[in-house]
Design a protein around this ligand. Structure first.
Ligand code: SF4
Length: 264
């Protein structure tokens, strides 16, 4: 059970075990379709370093409070609070928010002023309140008070896109799906030499590749996605990647170029 392995899921695995949980053929095919050089060799090399990546997560991963729950409403609402917002800011209001609004119905019945006061520190207050209200309506009016388990339905509230919907399915309902945001897209580009499209989070090709790379075992899928998110935030940053302290540096095209370790 994933819940027994919170906050990060399964962080200990061998490369051989991992290989039985990914769709290597589909992933390689997606790399070839994207014109990635030496697709199979690159995929194999990266897969060998994923166990180190998960081990790194177990030591350096960020232990946010929402990583200790699989409660669907907490997961869904938290992902809305995290939109365009730092995790540390959301962590500060996490307990007061869910004390006040432990269910979707509590948000539906809340005074506008109370809801606004609780999310004010995060900014984008109008956006946030509207999305939370619509998410609560979705659960209560359309789904008997429960968070939907359908990718399309989860994207019905205003400004809820594939990232938030997929994160909900992954973290609450243990569906082994890939998350595509700026961090995971940047790592994909650097590690594989993957030529990113203009909007990676809307690209079917990017999802096809990363969904094939995400392990089909839920606890591993959780760990793999969290590892990419945290690696992007803590090591593989946009402007200053810290390759010397990165667990997948030996297999990363970008990180190994300077040391002549790239696949020829
Ligand atoms: S080696 Fe460098 S570029 Fe590659 S994933 Fe790690 S931090 Fe990013």
């Amino acid at each position: 059970m994933v819940s027994e392995a919170l906050p990060f899921g399964q962080t200990s695995v061998t490369a051989v075990e991992l290989r039985s949980h990914v769709d290597a053929a589909a992933a390689t095919e997606a790399l070839v379709a994207a014109d990635v050089d030496h697709a199979r060799e690159r995929f194999d090399a990266v897969l060998e370093t994923v166990p180190e990546l998960l081990e790194w997560l177990s030591v350096h991963g960020r232990e946010y409070p929402w990583r200790y729950t699989t409660d669907p409403w907490r997961v869904f609402a938290t992902e809305i609070l995290l939109q365009r917002t730092r995790g540390d800011a959301v962590a500060e209001i996490y307990n007061p928010f869910f004390s006040a609004f432990p269910t979707p119905n509590a948000v539906r019945e809340a005074d506008e002023a109370d809801l606004r006061d609780l999310v004010r520190s995060l900014g984008f207050v109008n956006h946030r309140v509207r999305t939370l209200r619509e998410a609560a309506d979705l659960c209560v009016v359309e789904n008997e008070g429960q968070v939907p388990t359908d990718l399309e339905a989860l994207q019905r509230p205003w400004r809820v896109g594939p990232y938030t919907a997929r994160a909900c399915l992954l973290f609450a309902f243990q569906e082994p799906l890939a998350l595509v945001d700026a961090n995971t897209a940047r790592i994909t580009e650097r590690v594989f030499g993957y030529p990113l499209p203009e909007q990676p989070h809307k690209s079917e090709a990017v999802y096809r590749f990363l969904d094939a790379l995400v392990p089909d075992e839920p606890a591993l899928a959780r760990a793999f996605n969290l590892a990419l998110l945290d690696l992007g935030a803590l090591r593989c940053t946009n402007s200053n990647p810290d390759c010397s302290a990165c667990p997948i540096q030996p297999s990363c095209l970008y990180g190994s170029v300077g040391e002549g370790l790239g696949v020829d």
